[in-house]
Design a protein around this ligand. Sequence first.
Ligand SMILES: Cc1ncc(COP(=O)(O)O)c(C=O)c1O
Length: 401
Amino acid sequence: MNITRDIFDDVMVPNYAPSAVIPVRGKGSRVWDQKDNEYIDFAGGIAVNCLGHCHPALVEALNEQGQKIWHLSNVMTNEPALRLAKKLVDATFADKVYFANSGAEANEAALKLARRWALENFGEQKSQIISFKQGFHGRTFFTVTVGGQAAYSDGFGPKPGAIEHAIYNDLASLEALISDNTCAVMLEPIQGEGGIIAPTDEFIKGVRALCDKHNALMIFDEVQSGVGRTGHLYAYMGLGVTPDILTTAKALGGGFPIGAMLTTTDIAKHLKVGTHGSTYGGNPLACAVAEAAFDTVNTPEVLSGVAQREALFKTKLTEINAKHNVFSDIRGLGLLVGAELNETYTGRAKDFLNASMEQGLMTLVAGASVIRFAPSLVIPLADIEAGLERFEKAVAAIVNA
Ligand SMILES: Cc1ncc(COP(=O)(O)O)c(C=O)c1O
């Protein structure tokens, strides 16, 4: 069968608008399409491919597990799931792990757990969930309603209730909403989809203090920021604040779908047998690959290499901006870098993404005016330089158009 982009419009639900390019293979931070055109990948499948494409350790783990056992369901447990859970617990604040298949599912579990914890400890009135405008937590109806963009949750009928939104980096806005009836505050330790917004020290510590004051759980959605992305295994480790529940997905599987919710024994005990579950959660193939990804990322070399790569990105982007004057801000933590377009180019991030593709570079956007870069954590420095040369050509093409 000759596969073309047109088939997408014929047979796929139209909720996505994919590029005309169909990639067919990848190696490290390079990707090739059907016509053998080569691209440098600064998108990483939206902050998923933390070790690039087809990393040998991940390929080996997948092949090895593929010869052993693929699936069991949670009627049985399995070795890869237990090994991975043990490593996650040993490396973080958490004592207990729940496995899911995606970020949204990990967040759904976190929110249900928080509600159950509050109900059983304090009673029905403690059900309010507070999250933040421009936040993103996934697309199930609960998580998309907790997310801070009504445009994503409107139009599907009655929404789950008792969910309110404060303003990120504005502690007073949280203080105005929070009370003893708040069961949880959910936030990203750096907003990703919302525009690469890092928290101020005062804000993130203030959120923790307000949660403590009102006996509310602090849930960190580390779906995008986790597994080395910020140069720490989890972003909370660099912020000096420990959450009560943490969710992780995306880079956890390095490209194989998996998500997890991490918490303490005392909170976890409220998800008793039968309260929640998933057929595929903890699937042996997913956990075997995730274990290999985790072992590879959680090393001083990889984690310290992120800071070096971040510095190169920011220096080069600053140079590009000095020449072409397109950005009002270059920001981010680790290899989650955002370049916000200035007034002249506001709303045109997609144009920069498309122009980059024409130069052989995959990038991302975060909202209408921020270009986002989330490459492999081990991308060679030479690939960063080559990719940013392509990016500069894309910028020049737009500026000179
Ligand atoms: C912070 C955050 N949470 C949750 C999600 C949802 O993850 P998934 O698409 O795997 O359900 C995303 C995806 O972009 C995300 O960035």
